[in-house]
Every structure is written in structure tokens, then in C-alpha cells.
Design a protein around this ligand. Sequence first.
Ligand code: GLN
Length: 189
Amino acid sequence: MSVPVVGILAVQGDVEAHAAALGRVGADARPVLREKDLDGLAALILPGGESTTIAKGLDRLGLWEPLRAFARAGQPVLGTCAGAILLAREVENHPVPTLGLLDCRAARNAYGTQVDSFAAPVDPDAAEGLEGLRCVFIRAPELRDPGPGVSILARVEKRPVLVRQGSLLAATFHPELTQDPRIHALLLA
Ligand code: GLN
């Protein structure tokens, strides 16, 4: 069987840690910086980092439309933290252009400045297979006002942290910063 190749948008952010996490679920990582890099990918990750910086990179590289086309073709995409912001239909504060693919509003830095980083387990009502998942939040956004096509797979203290819409997954936390392979495995599944 051939090893799936998963692209990681490599403009800025947490690219190396995602590559290591993909290795733990038996996938190869390919940095994506040009449209051509999307060819033949099994899935794509939009990593955490700084959404403003990543958006500027997408302008510079002309990648907005190629990324939209990739997702609209039904191929799996995981956005984590800043990547989740970029997937959203709109951003309600500190506006940044987005791909507009995920029917949620993103609120940037929604956990305030004093607790900009913390770790917490998902609530007990998490989807099957995600029980006890520990989430690392770094200046995390919140996904609000989900549309009817969006299912909430996990919450932390009642706030959504992992959502799915068709083949899109968005996590407001950093699954690449723990050893738990379940979110990367979910992308490949
Ligand atoms: N606060 C960042 C932003 O708004 C996201 C933080 C992260 O990706 N860890 O873009």
C-alpha cells in the first residue's frame, strides 16, 4: 500500500510539528508553497501560527483560489488555530481575509490575554473516539455561530474546539503539540 502524502501549508507557523505528527499516523508530509504542491495530496493541513501573516503569504503566493478549489473538490482539510481562522466564513474581530469555507464566525484570541496559553481535556460529551483528548491552546480563537452543516465534535468548558463540515475539520487547539495521534488520524480517515 502506498503511503498517503499530506500537504502542510508552509507559509508560516507550526509546520515541523505537524510533519512529525503525520509521521506518527503513517503519512508523509509535503510543504505546500505553490499550487503545484497540491497535486496528488491525500489531505491538507493549515497550521497554527499568525493568521494575519499567513493571509499575507497567501496573497503573495496566489494560493487563495487553489486552496479553495482543493477543499471544494471534497478533499480533506484540517485547519488548526490560525488555520481554523483562515477556514472560517468571517472573522469578527481583528479582521483578516479568510477562505470562507467553514460556516462559522471566528473570534481571534477569544480566551483573553491572561490565559493566552493553557491545556485542558475535552468535555465528556466529545464524539466517540475523542474521549479524554487533551487540547493545547495558544492565543486560541473561538468558532461561533456554526451553520446547520457544521457538527461540533468536541468542546472544552462548553465552547466548541473541534468542528467538522463535510471534509473540513477545524481545531482551535494544537493537536500537533501532544503525542496523541487522534486528530491527524481523523483527517486521514
Ligand atoms: N492568535 C493567532 C491568530 O489570531 C492564532 C494563534 C495560533 O495559531 N496559535 O492568528
